[in-house]
Design a binder for this molecule. Structure first.
Ligand code: HEM
Length: 450
């Protein structure tokens, strides 16, 4: 029972303690449900799980509390051939060139929110990054129509209201249920559904769908291998999945990036110098004291390293769960069918055999070589790797660049949180304990921050 309580309140503390005492593989058991999670943080074991045939180690997300919210057709919860079908239909809007089209939208949404900031006093940055990323995902999914979508925003925000710790505990203590939530969450979900179905219907009636670049239009036109289009039910489930999976995670990651940067002024200064240099078209300012310059000249190497390091040291999603349908050998362990196998994102990303000083924020570790597939897993892995990973990386960079081009953050006065904000659980994500509290000041013209 104690383990269940600690898991609900302080999951990273529990994972750290277990890893210290038991190493790279251990089992957590929750009372009174008897639910067991077998956790791994060794990249070889993680690889075995992520590359296991999907019918041997399918996702267990269908049994999680998010399943009834995103719906039975959601790519997040489907398994097997149905999962692959939905995944293939969803991938095109998230591919390479399309990403660039979202850049202006991200800059605009960030600037609009920044215009309302009070400079010089402490603010919880995460509240703002959440508004920015919600705006961005609505725009990406619905296009210009997103401007009249205040009711949709309100329904989503309500759905993501902080989940009370008791709810988390109750979910851990009982056997998973696929029932649609009731109460306030159920009502918010009903409102969200009604708005989304209305939007799908309206779009089906529009004559310009083929000229449009938003995700809803692309999904309406998408056909699977048999030439079949998505049904309204499938569209609803995928849109809700994208709206929910696609903003809070990125918002929290941007908040963590700033939370880490303000506590590492030299790294912040180096990042700002790189941003300024890219804007001024000169590479000089991107060089640090050791003469380590931007390597391939694209001008955002340090930004990329900062974003990768933030996602490593403060991953927002701490783990993913697979449910074995057959026996599977993972490292030294022969695990029976029915085992919930869990690559721990949090522990793998800070495995001391892979990373020197794993708890420290050191973007420089990713300057010479980028992250590795199975030891840097903030987006999961294998055939279920996050569809929005490139979108999220672009969004993080553009939001950070837009904010830091104009403003300079610092830690609020006072002794609390000076060394860093606690890692706190919010439903299934890990968020900064004080919401990434920062004070913003206008940058003085002609000078870099730091
Ligand atoms: C920093 C931001 C993000 C993080 C840390 C993150 C993390 C993850 C993780 C760990 C998974 C794997 C779940 C599993 O294996 O069971 C996942 C899946 C997924 N993510 Fe993300 N995500 C982020 C942003 C986004 C964005 C921006 C979108 C869409 C716009 C998105 C859409 C999805 C979808 C649709 C899946 C399901 C993929 C599948 O099952 O095939 N995510 N994400």
């Amino acid at each position: 029972m104690a383990q269940t309580l600690v898991w609900a309140l302080a999951p990273t503390w529990l994972m750290d303690r277990c890893a210290e005492r038991l190493g790279e593989a251990f089992t957590l058991t929750f009372a009174p449900s008897g639910l067991r999670l077998v956790m791994f943080s060794d990249p070889e074991a993680v690889k075995t799980v992520f590359t296991a045939p999907p019918d041997v180690a399918p996702s267990a997300a269908g049994m999680s509390p998010i399943a009834p919210v995103v719906g039975e057709h959601s790519v997040l919860v489907l398994t097997g051939a149905e999962h692959m079908r939905q995944r293939k239909l969803l991938l095109p809007p998230f591919h390479g060139e399309r990403m660039r089209e979202y850049e202006d939208v991200i800059v605009e949404a960030t600037r609009r929110d920044m215009a309302g900031w009070t400079l010089g006093s402490a603010m919880r940055l995460q509240r703002h990054t959440r508004l920015i990323t919600l705006e961005v995902i609505l725009r990406a999914v619905f296009g210009v129509e997103a401007e009249r979508m205040e009711p949709l925003k309100a329904a989503i925000t309500e759905l993501l209201e902080p989940v009370h710790m008791l709810t988390v505990l109750r979910a851990l203590m009982s056997r998973p249920s696929a029932e649609r939530p009731t109460g306030a969450i159920g009502r918010a979900l009903d409102r969200l559904d009604a708005l989304i179905y209305a939007e799908i219907e309206r779009r089906r009636g529009q004559s310009d769908v083929e000229q449009r670049a938003d995700i809803l239009s692309l999904l309406l036109l998408a056909r699977d291998e048999d030439g079949e289009a998505m049904t309204d039910g499938e569209l609803r489930d995928e849109l809700v999945t994208l709206l929910l999976a696609g903003h809070e995670t990125t918002a929290t990651s941007v908040a963590w990036a700033v939370e880490r940067l303000v506590r590492h002024p030299q790294k912040l200064a180096r990042l700002v110098a790189e941003i300024d240099a890219a804007r001024d078209g000169s590479g000089d300012a991107a060089r640090d004291g050791s003469g380590d310059a931007a390597r391939d000249g694209s001008g955002d190497e340090y930004m990329t390293a900062v974003v990768n390091e933030t996602l490593r040291v403060r991953p927002v999603v701490p783990l993913v769960v697979r449910m074995l349908t057959q026996e599977l050998q993972v490292g030294r362990y022969r695990l029976p069918a029915g085992t919930r196998v869990v690559p721990s994102i949090y522990l793998t990303n800070r495995n001391a055999r892979v990373y020197e000083h794993p708890r420290e924020f050191r973007p420089e570790r990713f300057l010479q070589e980028g992250p590795e597939t199975f030891s840097w897993i903030p987006f999961g892995g294998g055939i279920r790797r996050c569809i929005g990973a490139s979108f999220a990386l672009l969004e993080m960079k553009v939001i950070l660049r837009t904010m830091l081009s104009e403003l300079q953050p610092r830690i609020p006065d006072g002794r609390r949180w000076r060394r860093g904000e606690l890692v706190r659980r919010r439903a299934i994500t890990l968020v900064p304990g004080a919401g990434a509290s920062v004070v913003w000041e206008r940058r003085r013209p002609g000078r870099s921050a730091g």
